[in-house]
Design a protein around this ligand. Structure first.
Ligand SMILES: NC(=O)c1ccc[n+]([C@@H]2O[C@H](COP(=O)([O-])OP(=O)(O)OC[C@H]3O[C@@H](n4cnc5c(N)ncnc54)[C@H](OP(=O)(O)O)[C@@H]3O)[C@@H](O)[C@H]2O)c1
Length: 303
């Protein structure tokens, strides 16, 4: 039985939607940790790179389940500040899993399709990871900490996310809209890597389904689960769809040259996730279409 759930990264694009959804669930008491964004007084500030701070908060809140969302998710920033990123992306997971093990709590760790190299999709949960960049390596290290610490812990791998943002640069999908809006400039976009953009509301609902299942059944969730929406798109196709849903000019949006392989930060070509495990358990929330999701996410940014 789970009664107290703690969401780390509860100010991020995924964490804040998840936090709000869990608040609506009468069976759970929900807490949220944040770092810089402290505007919601109910959310608690905690630097997850500091073990003393982490233990202080966990000892006081005593969660039964920690949904660990906080991370530096931008691959270039991770590679440029490797030590700092390692202490957040892996160090925090070490502190959280250690506390959870000692206090009979569980961890649901949010991971990424970037643990795969993208050469042999679709990937099921047992497929052998082979990350291409530092971010993917760190996500995989955290996955292993989580799984090895307690076999009732769960890893949830996700693809590129989008949703309601505070500013367009907040996510790797909505940032494309800046170039879509400016038709005075040619906008080269990647037409190479295949992505499966997934709305945070759909992810959050799936996580709520998983938390309820864990609470009811004790265990029974696979150690690794995959969730993603079903539409395959390149960044060029996402940008053209944004123009289409708002009837904006799109002649300036053109394909950029494919990667040469010499890029500092490599990305998987097509890290499509097979989501059968969550589907079989009836926990897979049917995702919205990209057209519907992106229209809702971007409408406030139209002048
Ligand atoms: N976004 C994607 O496309 C994507 C794709 C696959 C997987 N994921 C994974 O999904 C999870 C959520 O990603 P997201 O896009 O929601 O991230 P995000 O919007 O970038 O939010 C990051 C969160 O981490 C918190 N944080 C940063 N530094 C911290 C620190 N030192 N101590 C405590 N908290 C700190 C931030 O807090 P403040 O804002 O308050 O500073 C924020 O709440 C991550 O684990 C990410 O790896 C994301």
């Amino acid at each position: 039985m789970i009664s107290k759930v703690l969401v780390t990264g509860s100010s991020g694009i995924l964490g804040r939607v998840l936090y709000d959804k869990l608040l609506d669930e009468p069976d759970f008491v929900t807490y949220g940790l944040v770092f810089n964004r402290t505007t919601n007084a109910k959310k608690i500030k905690c630097d997850l790179r500091n073990e003393t701070e982490v233990n202080l908060q966990l000892d006081s809140l005593k969660p039964d389940l920690i949904v660990h969302c906080a991370a530096e998710r931008r691959p270039e920033i991770v590679s440029q500040n490797k030590t700092q990123a390692q202490s957040l992306n892996v160090g925090s997971t070490e502190f959280i899993t250690k506390w959870a093990k000692e206090n009979n709590a569980r961890v649901l760790y949010i991971s990424s399709d970037y643990v795969f190299d993208g050469t042999n999709p679709p990937y099921n949960e047992e497929a052998v990871p082979n990350p291409l960049n530092d971010y993917g390596v760190m996500k995989l290290q955290s996955e292993q900490l989580v799984i090895n610490s307690n076999n009732a812990n769960v890893v949830l791998r996700l693809p590129i996310l989008y949703g309601i943002v505070e500013y367009l640069e907040e996510c790797a999908v909505t940032i494309l809209f800046k170039k879509v809006l400016d038709s005075s400039m040619t906008a080269p976009m990647s037409n190479y890597e295949k992505r499966f953009p997934t709305h945070c509301e759909d992810v959050a609902q799936t996580i709520v389904n998983m938390v309820k299942y864990l609470s009811k059944n004790g265990t029974g969730l696979p150690s690794i689960c995959h969730y993603q929406a079903e539409e395959e798109m390149t960044k060029l196709e996402m940008s053209l769809k944004m123009a289409e849903v708002f009837c904006l000019p799109s002649n300036h949006i053109v394909p950029e040259n494919p990667p040469t392989g010499t890029e500092a930060t490599k990305r998987p070509f097509k890290s499509q996730l097979n989501c059968e495990k969550l589907k079989k358990l009836g926990l897979y929330h049917q995702p919205r279409t990209f057209s519907a999701g992106i229209k809702e996410s971007l409408k406030t940014f139209l002048n």
